[in-house]
Design a protein around this ligand. Structure first.
Ligand code: SF4
Ligand code: SF4
Length: 422
């Protein structure tokens, strides 16, 4: 309950106006007050005052949050519902125990050699585990596994994780910025092409690129299950891995990893562990999303080295970029690419429905939220959907495949790097 107690003042700031309700994707999908942002705050207050016990129904309600931050953006009183939900999950975990899925996830995230070994095995035995989805390039499990339904489609697991592909230091031109690249698990294991694009782009700008081998998962999956010990351990390991490189910037190309650095590390860990607060603040000051950094460094996508075919693209705003105001930069970069026509989809800034581990526990709701995104994408007729988060790429690809769409999904960096390819 300590975690909720720390947010007592913020909980009291909720005046129950309900302005957040209409913007909550879960409320829109489920239509029940308790799962809305206002409802969850009411439950957290009741739990804190002892009127409600932290039991299975409360856990169920608190699990129904995408941590998309939309309610926080819309609240005139600055009530941090995302942090309140996470505090309630932590309180539930300490009273009822961490769920089996999150215990397993936490164990693997703390033991990266095991995680890498598991990913290599899954890549090796891919054809036994997965079948190709007809007419598209996605993969589906041949049989359901715990926590993963057979309906979900996946990209291929990388035969060689991104972190094993490059030296730790790629020396750039004298006087050019030093960039530490925080890769993130999804790029490392599922979408190494995003990492390759990042390296290509930074090298084209003459930057020195540092890819610390000892970086870890940002910890978001552990945090979302209330596993604060694992979250703290991973955050501290990342501090040790990312500091001391005399970096000008620490670049992320995953919206959620960036969200962890900018919001979760300082707001959750910095508050609780004052001895770490200054280091988290320094990390947040240097951390920057790839689209913002590339603009800052003067990337000029109009200077194309290759003849590009005409292509229509549409852009999806990841929640953890939108909530940090990173909306304009990726679009400006895309609009500057010769031959590319950017068509806006309706509600480009609405959540895709992934919500990190939310999709594991609530796949049906996750995909019902995603159905709106799929329809919006299809309405543009775009050949390619572009976004700035590997998690959104996974979810949007899944929705498009299930809807029989042939549109492909790419990261902003892939589009920009293609521009430089020989
Ligand atoms: S969280 Fe904010 S917007 Fe939502 S009901 Fe409370 S005060 Fe209103
Ligand atoms: S973070 Fe998103 S899903 Fe969670 S309560 Fe707020 S708006 Fe709803």
């Amino acid at each position: 309950m300590d975690s909720l107690k720390r947010l007592e003042k913020e909980l009291k700031n909720c005046v129950k106006c309900g302005a957040c309700r209409a913007h909550c994707p879960i409320f829109t999908a489920v239509g029940r007050e308790p799962v809305s942002a206002r409802g969850k705050i009411a439950l957290a207050r009741a739990a804190l005052s002892g009127q409600l016990s932290l039991d299975a129904p409360t856990r169920e309600v608190m699990s129904k949050c995408l941590l998309c931050g939309r309610c926080v953006e819309k609240c005139a009183n600055d009530v941090p519902t995302d942090l309140i939900v996470l505090a309630a999950r932590e309180a539930l975990a300490s009273k009822k125990g961490i769920s089996l899925f999150h215990r397993l996830a936490g164990f693997l995230l703390r033991n990266r050699a095991l995680l890498s070994g598991g990913a290599s095995l899954a890549s090796l035995f891919g054809p036994l585990l997965f079948r190709k989805v007809p007419a598209t390039s996605g993969l589906r499990l041949r049989f359901p596994l715990p926590f993963i339904g057979s309906q979900r489609s996946f990209p291929k697991i990388a035969a060689k994780p991104f972190l094993a592909r490059h030296p730790e230091l790629i020396q750039g031109a004298p006087g050019r910025p030093r960039i530490v690249y925080f890769v993130g698990c999804m790029t490392n294991f599922l979408y190494p092409e995003i990492g390759e694009a990042a390296v290509t782009l930074l090298k084209s700008l003459g930057c020195t690129v540092i890819i610390p081998k000892n970086q870890h998962c940002c910890g978001f999956p552990a945090l979302s299950g209330g596993d604060l010990d694992t979250f703290r351990e991973l955050a501290e390991r990342n501090l040790a891995a990312l500091e001391n490189h005399q970096a000008d910037y620490i670049m992320t190309a995953c919206a959620s990893c960036g969200g962890a650095f900018h919001r979760m590390y300082p707001c959750i860990l910095g508050e609780r562990f004052p001895e770490l607060a200054e280091r988290f603040r320094a990390l947040a000051d240097k951390a920057v999303d790839a689209s913002v950094l590339l603009q800052k460094l003067g990337l000029n996508p109009a200077r194309s080295l290759v003849q590009l075919e005409l292509e229509t693209v549409t852009y999806h705003d990841p929640c953890h970029l939108r909530s940090r105001g990173i909306i304009r930069q990726p679009r400006e970069l895309l609009r500057a690419v010769p031959g590319l026509s950017l068509v806006e989809m309706p509600k480009a800034d609405s959540c895709c429905g992934l919500g990190g581990t939310f999709t594991v526990h609530h796949y049906g709701t996750s995909m019902s939220i995603n159905a709106g995104k799929t329809a919006a994408i299809k309405s543009t007729g775009a050949q390619t959907v572009v976004t700035g988060c590997p998690g959104c790429m996974l979810q949007i690809s899944d929705g498009l495949r299930q809807a029989g769409s042939r549109s492909r999904v790419q990261h902003t960096l892939e589009i920009l790097a293609r521009n430089l390819a020989k």
